[in-house]
Design a protein around this ligand. Structure first.
Ligand code: LMR
Length: 328
């Protein structure tokens, strides 16, 4: 079924959110998987396109393809290496075949909030991570934030034991697989575009995501409720191919990089508000949100944190230590 759906998605002509580029302009295709409206990534990608298309009119033109209309995250990086798409912003959970170091951001309870993530990423250590995939042909341009993840399921989740035996969709990340196993749940890696259908038909019982994705993809409509666990982070990296990036004239490249940087600073500072609006929108639409007592949350911490040890070598113990210092 998944293969048929993918083939169908590729056979229809993908439409971008922007008018066609003019002749003579260098076209930058930006592919992503979320909705555009009220979503941290959708807003940032559109703002980047607007800025480039305005400031660099006649020279460069960005076309944004949202909602997995061009590629799923598991296809887009290969397509980028082939030169079929120039930019994407997959979550840090989706680079595992290129680098293990981003597993740090998947470790449960590693960062206490998005400010801590921001501080880590803006440190020299964090900035170095942008070049961690260069030998594999990918250049990281900027980190883009989304927010903290919450669990949802087709039954109330209050104690960690409530997740036992349930099937949870996870992003394709060994760390997230291990996290769900620590809960005694069954992890099912799956493309983002397939999650709603899988929840609706009972192929999986639950999922973990930000408020903006849980609202934007309407997951809450086919779940019993969302539990406010804030147990992990969903963050993105804007990437491009080293071949394409290096082929650009230095002036053009610097101008694109500068616009990307300004957009990233502006939108990263605003994601908290966007996420809160999605949380409120779930409530306004009649969705159920359950808050945990400090004792209940501590039980989730105790069950999930042992996962850190398993991945300390992959993600670097010094990175774990630094994240904890920032949290303190
Ligand atoms: C997911 O697959 O759940 C997310 O990475 C989707 C996204 O890009 O926010």
């Amino acid at each position: 079924l998944a293969t048929a759906a993918t083939a169908l998605a590729l056979s229809v002509t993908a439409t971008s959110a922007f008018a066609a580029c003019d002749e003579g302009e260098m076209v930058i295709k930006f592919s992503h998987v979320t909705n555009t409206d009220k979503h941290p990534k959708g807003i940032a990608a559109n703002l980047f396109a607007e800025r480039v298309n305005d400031q660099m009119d006649g020279r460069a033109c960005v076309e944004v393809f949202p909602n997995s209309t061009l590629y799923n995250d598991d296809q887009v990086l290969e397509a980028m290496l082939q030169g079929d798409v120039q930019m994407a912003a997959p979550s840090l959970s989706k680079f595992e075949t290129f680098t293990k170091v981003f597993g740090l951001f998947d470790l449960p309870f590693m960062f206490k909030n998005m400010d801590a993530v921001d501080e880590f990423q803006n440190s020299p250590t964090g900035q170095d991570m942008k070049s961690s995939m260069e030998r594999r042909g990918l250049v990281g341009l900027e980190f883009w934030h989304s927010g903290m993840k919450q669990f949802s399921a087709n039954k109330p989740l209050l104690e960690p034991g409530d997740a036992k035996g349930l099937k949870f969709r996870v992003q394709p990340s060994d760390v997230l697989v291990a996290q769900m196993k620590a809960l005694g749940a069954s992890p099912q890696p799956m493309a983002f575009a397939e999650v709603y259908g899988a929840l609706q038909t009972g192929v999986v019982d639950g999922q973990e995501n930000t408020w903006s994705n849980t609202y934007g993809q309407k997951f809450f409509e086919v779940q019993d409720g969302v539990t406010e666990t804030n147990h992990g982070v969903l963050d993105y990296m804007v990437v491009t191919s080293a071949d394409w990036w290096d082929s650009l004239d230095a002036d053009l490249r610097d101008e694109i990089a500068q616009i990307m940087h300004e957009v990233s600073m502006e939108r990263n500072a605003a994601v908290g508000e966007v996420e809160l609006q999605s949380r409120q929108a779930i409530l306004d639409a009649g969705g159920e949100i359950r808050e945990l007592t400090p004792e209940q949350r501590q039980d989730w911490v105790e069950v999930m944190m042992p996962v850190w040890e398993e991945f300390a070598d992959d993600v670097g113990q010094s990175n774990i230590d630094m994240a904890q210092e920032i949290n303190a």
